[in-house]
Design a binder for this molecule. Structure first.
Ligand SMILES: Cc1cc2nc3c(=O)[nH]c(=O)nc-3n(C[C@H](O)[C@H](O)[C@H](O)COP(=O)(O)OP(=O)(O)OC[C@H]3O[C@@H](n4cnc5c(N)ncnc54)[C@H](O)[C@@H]3O)c2cc1C
Length: 229
C-alpha cells in the first residue's frame, strides 16, 4: 500500500549516518526488523528500501541512511519539515520472534538499523532473553546509536564493539568481526539464534564464520543491505 509520509526531523547520528523522522500515519503498524520502500521525491523515480531504525511503539517513523553522496542521499538531505514523501510497505520478515534462547545480533555498520528496531522493541516488551550485539564499524566516530544502545533497558544485554581502527575511548576488539571474536564473546554458541544485518560482503563473511563454528543455517537469520559493496 502506498502512503504519504510527512517529514518531521533530521538527526545526525555520525558523520556518515543521518536519521529522517516522519509523522506516523494513524493506524500504521510495522514489526521491528521490517523496512519500507521510500521515494524521497513526489512522482520521482528514485527509490530505495530503508529499514525502520526505531521501535514500532514510537509516535514517529524513523529511517537512517548511510550518507554516500548518491542522488538518493541528496534528495533526502533536501527534505524540509512538512515535505511529503511516498512510501510502500512495511515489508520483510527479519525478526527475533520464535526463539527462546540467547539472541546474537551481528551488525556491520549501517546494518544496525533493523537490529536497533528489534532491540528497542525487546526493551519495550521487557524481554528477558539474553542478547549479545556484536557491532562492527570503522572507528569510534562511525558507531551509529552508540549512546542509545548503551542505555537500552534490557536486563541481559551486552554490546561488543569491533573497530577496524580502535581509538582507545571505547573497549573494542580490533579488526573485522571474526569467528574468534564470536567464539570468545558468546557463551552458549550452539543454543543461540543469530541475526546478521549489513552489506552483502559482510553478511557473506559472517555466514562463513558461523559455518566454521558449527552453527546450522536454521539458527541464522539474515538482512542483506543490497546496494552496498
Ligand atoms: C532490505 C534492505 C534494507 C535496507 N535498509 C537500509 C537502511 O536502513 N539504511 C541504509 O543506509 N541502507 C539500507 N539499505 C540499502 C539501501 O536501500 C541502498 O541500496 C543503499 O543505501 C545504496 O544506495 P545509495 O543511495 O547510497 O547509493 P546508490 O548510488 O543509489 O546505489 C549504489 C549502487 O547500488 C545499486 N543499488 C541500490 N539499491 C539497490 C538495491 N536495493 N538492490 C540492488 N542494487 C541496488 C545501485 O544501482 C548502484 O549501483 C537497505 C537495503 C535493503 C535491501
Amino acid at each position: 500500500m502506498a502512503l504519504e509520509l510527512c517529514f518531521a526531523e533530521r538527526i545526525v547520528r555520525t558523520p556518515a549516518a543521518v536519521s529522517y523522522r516522519f509523522s506516523r500515519p494513524p493506524g500504521f503498524a510495522f514489526a521491528a526488523g521490517q523496512y519500507m520502500l521510500l521515494w524521497p521525491e513526489p512522482d520521482g523515480s528514485l527509490v530505495h528500501p530503508l529499514s525502520f531504525s526505531d521501535g514500532p511503539e514510537e509516535d514517529f517513523l524513523e529511517f537512517t541512511k548511510r550518507m554516500t553522496g548518491s542522488a538518493y542521499c541528496q534528495l533526502l538531505e533536501r527534505l524540509r519539515p512538512g515535505d511529503v514523501v511516498t512510501a510502500k510497505g512495511p515489508v520483510g520478515s527479519f525478526s527475533a520472534e520464535g526463539s527462546s534462547g540467547r539472541i546474537v545480533c551481528i551488525a556491520g555498520g549501517i546494518g544496525i538499523t533493523p537490529i536497533r528496531s528489534i532491540l528497542a522493541e525487546m526493551a519495550q516488551r521487557h524481554d528477558r532473553r539474553p542478547v549479545t550485539l556484536i557491532y562492527g564499524n570503522l572507528d569510534e566516530n562511525d558507531i551509529a546509536f552508540a549512546t542509545e544502545l548503551a542505555a537500552l533497558p534490557l536486563p541481559q544485554f551486552r554490546v561488543v564493539h569491533v573497530l577496524q581502527h580502535p581509538g582507545g575511548r571505547l573497549q573494542a576488539h580490533s579488526g573485522l568481526i571474526s569467528a574468534e571474536i564470536i567464539r570468545s564473546e558468546v557463551p552458549d554458541l550452539t543454543a543461540a539464534m543469530f541475526l546478521i544485518s549489513g552489506p552483502p560482503v559482510m553478511v557473506k563473511a559472517v555466514e562463513g564464520q558461523l559455518a566454521a563454528l558449527g552453527i546450522s543455517p536454521e539458527k541464522i537469520r539474515i538482512d542483506r543491505f543490497l546496494g552496498y559493496s
